[in-house]
Design a protein around this ligand. Structure first.
Ligand code: RIB
Ligand code: CA
Length: 312
């Protein structure tokens, strides 16, 4: 089957990192560019983490530093989830990985412009980089095949009752992306909070026993603590569902919806406003990932980890 050229744009972040592990293990996925963005931690920390993950996974593509802050709102790091480094749990190094001298939005433009075919953008953090790209180079949207994101929630939020973290950090950016007319897949909390890795899954990961699986297990043994303290059954691995909406839709439930992003509500800023009315005249603007088969997700993660067998 034909390879899919992708740009990975994220705020690693444990679940971003696991998404990159799965992407790198998929022979159909051709990673053309890695971009960091502020989010789970400050841009300097998410950028260092991006370099460390690229070194761990032997991802050989340009790596560029993205937006230092959201378009309008202040930064809103999530240290309680991802720790001080943004990727606590295992000490990695950046090896010989270096940053490009151009910022993420410029590198995105360059990769898209020079590509022979349309490129898919997979964003697993706030959408600031993508919004800056679209506003700075509006003509480049013709080279974007689609944008697959982790973000939003239909039934509920996580950072506020109404809003999911990635969208809430930069709702202005999210609105620019959703109003762009580009094909969008959005993996929302309704599905991603079911992509739970439980402590009872840890022995299967331990049995894989290669360098990458050992790092992933160490990440999970850090990342699962906070969610279990607040009532989750394990670690919600949100971000891979953006990628899986492209590579493995068979383990997901996906529905076309029209989504608006609220910018001004006292309680609803960053909320996904979904028009369910039978009388709605609004054309769907996104494919929304609403559910996942968790057991098949765990099997898929284990299978991806075996890709790294033999790596020391
Ligand atoms: O709400 C979950 C999202 O916020 C995930 O992308 C996680 O990495 C954090 O960025
Ligand atoms: Ca993320």
């Amino acid at each position: 089957m034909k390879k899919i050229p992708v740009i990975l744009d994220g705020d690693p972040g444990h679940d971003d990192a696991i998404s990159y592990v799965i992407a790198r293990a998929n022979p159909l996925i051709d990673i053309k560019l890695l971009c960091s963005v502020n989010g789970n931690q400050t841009i300097d920390k998410t950028t260092i983490n991006t370099l460390k993950i690229a070194n761990l996974l032997d991802i050989n593509c340009p790596i560029s530093k993205g937006a230092i802050r959201p378009l309008i709102a202040p930064i809103m790091p999530a240290g309680n989830w991802h720790g001080e480094s943004g990727l606590d749990g295992y000490d990695l190094n950046i090896g010989d990985k270096k940053l490009t001298d151009k910022p993420a939005y410029k590198m995105m433009y360059e990769v898209l412009y020079n590509s022979q075919e349309k490129v898919t953008i997979i964003s697993t953090g706030p959408l600031t980089n993508v919004a800056i790209l679209l506003k700075t180079y509006p003509e480049i949207k013709n080279k974007i095949k689609m944008i697959a994101i982790m973000g939003g929630g239909i039934i509920h939020g996580n950072w506020t009752p109404a809003s999911e973290y990635n969208i809430l950090v930069d709702p202005e950016a999210a609105k620019i992306v959703f109003d762009s007319g580009i094909k969008i897949n959005a993996a929302v909390l309704d599905a991603t909070e079911k992509a739970i890795i439980k402590p009872s899954d840890f022995p299967r990961i331990e049995q894989v026993n290669n360098k990458v699986s050992q790092v992933v297990l160490a990440w999970l043994k850090f990342f699962y603590k906070h969610p279990m303290e607040i009532g989750y059954e394990g670690a919600p691995i949100h971000d891979p569902l953006a990628l899986l909406s492209i590579t493995n839709p068979e383990i997901l439930k996906i529905q076309k919806m029209h989504i608006d992003i609220d910018l001004d509500g006292k309680y609803t800023r960053g909320m996904f406003v979904y028009d369910r009315r039978h009388s709605s005249k609004l054309k769907p603007n996104a494919d929304i990932v609403l559910d996942i088969d968790r057991d098949k997700f765990v099997d898929l993660l284990i299978n991806a980890l075996h890709y790294y067998d033999g790596r020391k």
